[in-house]
Design a binder for this molecule. Structure first.
Ligand code: B16
Ligand code: MG
Length: 220
């Protein structure tokens, strides 16, 4: 029996993935007068704030001091948090509330495995803080996605083995992290996520029946 569901946040529970990239674009425009190409969005999805900034600066061939790096990361977060201001339960992605309700009815424990340090604030704004059995603090794990650490910690936080869980992601790095943790990966997105065990094109398609069936078929 399926015992646990591990959720990514940005891009799965709420459409905050685009807010992240908008904040990076603004930051880079203001400081370096350069437009970030959209292809960098996928590369920074699911990746920590600091790793995202390193990816962006490497791409642009810009080197900054440690102090400047910290300031840039902090400024991006300020922009991002400002954009979150107006977030309400209306911003939960289609189908997610029903899916979470189904999981809870079936007594499947749910944990948040987001790279975002803003996870608890976002869940609170969405009115979902109480429905999660556990939230992994991304500071508490040694390595971020695509390493498996956060998903292994999330499974442990709800007292489940990797084989008893599914995990849901919208990013290339996140699906790689789930697979490396030997957890059944459910992805929502396009063909860039074809390394997932099960791929849906929209959060609307997520139902317990479909997900559990795919998980069971894979177990046999
Ligand atoms: P923060 P997820 C990730 O969240 C985002 O996809 C990624 O773009 C962001 O850099 C990362 O969180 C860190 O977020 O700056 O708020 O700590 O997709 O793992 O839920
Ligand atoms: Mg995500």
């Amino acid at each position: 029996m399926l015992k646990g569901a591990l959720f990514d946040l940005d891009g799965i529970i709420a459409d905050t993935a685009s807010y992240h990239f908008d904040a990076w674009k603004k930051l880079i425009k203001n400081h370096f007068d350069t437009d970030l190409p959209n292809q960098l969005e996928e590369k920074t999805k699911g990746v920590s704030r600091e790793d995202s900034l390193s990816i962006i600066l490497d791409y642009l061939g810009i080197q900054v001091s440690e102090e400047n790096f910290k300031q840039l990361a902090a400024e991006k977060n300020e922009q991002y948090v400002q954009a979150l201001d107006a977030l309400t339960s209306q911003d939960i992605l289609p189908g997610i509330s029903d899916f979470i309700q189904e999981l809870r009815k079936a007594k499947i424990r749910i944990a948040l495995a987001s790279a975002s340090k803003n996870g608890p604030i976002i869940l609170e704004k969405l009115g979902l803080l109480d429905v999660f059995d556990a939230i992994v603090d991304p500071y508490s794990v040694a390595k971020g996605k695509p390493a498996p650490d956060i998903f292994l910690a999330a499974a442990k936080s709800i007292h489940c083995g990797a084989e008893e869980c599914i995990a849901i992601e919208d990013s290339v790095a996140g699906v790689t992290a789930i697979n490396s943790a030997n957890i059944f990966s459910v992805a929502v997105g396009g063909t860039e996520l074809s390394h997932a065990n099960k791929l849906f094109s929209s959060t609307k398609e997520l139902t317990l029946l479909k997900v559990e069936k795919a998980w069971q078929n894979c177990k046999r």
